[in-house]
Design a protein. Structure first.
Length: 84
């Protein structure tokens, strides 16, 4: 396999596919962080913004996407769209 000159980059979403991004640090437990994101989404809906979740990913301290159950997971990133 030939050597790569630069690391591969992956864009999970384009600008047109995303209306907002929420971050929740995983401090106490992954469940507490997910609960915080859920409360924030409920608040957006309460305000009448009609937000829907597109994706939730766990990100490690080094910036890699990791499994949510991984001990390397440092933050959850929630991507959302507004429903029209």
């Amino acid at each position: 396999m030939p050597a790569m000159r630069s690391p591969a980059r992956l864009a999970l979403f384009t600008e047109r596919q995303v209306d907002g991004l929420m971050l929740a640090p995983i401090e106490r437990s992954p469940w507490a962080a997910l609960r915080a994101l859920r409360k924030a989404m409920l608040e957006l809906r309460r305000l009448g913004l009609g937000a829907r979740v597109v994706s939730v990913v766990a990100i490690g301290g080094d910036g890699r996407v990791v499994a949510s159950s991984s001990t390397d997971a440092a933050v959850f990133a929630l991507v959302y769209r507004f429903e029209l």
